[in-house]
Write a protein that binds this ligand. Structure first.
Ligand code: NI
Length: 163
């Protein structure tokens, strides 16, 4: 296992749609182990392949008891609405309030290639939506109005300089 370098905004790969995962082998399992390790090290609750520089439809998460690997993820249904703080490891965890569905059902393949469906509410449902967005080249700031998006980016760039 190894901790990978986290890709940060505005690296191009973060805006690209990932390729579907087609091979479910030991290499993929080892990649997922690295992704978990990288996520825990950064104290995040989710991490997509784009965030370690790989253009794949793949994410890992461990959020409020929902721990999983999702390859080729899709949000197949949503209900309700929640408004809450959200951040991203690729933007230095600078928080902003994002409106998301309260409940979401994720359909994806696990590290062995088995399809599964998982329903979640609240923060875990938020993570489903945030990470699935990453796989499609979308960041949480893309859900914000222009002014607030610019505020997050500015704050991130300022904090990055002070590291
Ligand atoms: Ni993120």
């Amino acid at each position: 296992m190894a901790i990978r370098k986290i890709t940060e905004y505005p690296e191009k790969i973060l805006a690209e749609v990932g390729k579907p995962v087609t091979v479910f082998d030991e290499e993929l399992e080892s990649l997922c182990a690295d992704m978990f390790e990288t996520m825990y090290d950064a104290e995040g609750v989710g991490l997509a392949a784009q965030q370690i520089g790989l253009g794949l439809q793949l994410f890992v998460m461990d959020c409020e008891g929902v721990k999983l690997v999702a390859a080729n993820p899709e949000i197949i249904s949503t209900t309700g609405e929640q408004s809450g703080q959200e951040g991203c490891l690729s933007l230095g965890k600078v928080p902003a309030v994002v409106v998301r569905a309260e409940k979401a059902t994720l359909r994806a393949r696990d590290a062995k290639g088995e399809w599964f469906e998982r329903e979640a509410t609240g923060y875990a449902a938020r993570a489903f939506q945030h990470e699935t967005d990453h796989c499609n080249g979308k960041l949480f700031i893309d859900h914000l109005p222009k002014m607030r998006r610019e505020m997050v980016v500015k704050k991130f760039q300022k904090e990055k300089k002070m590291r």
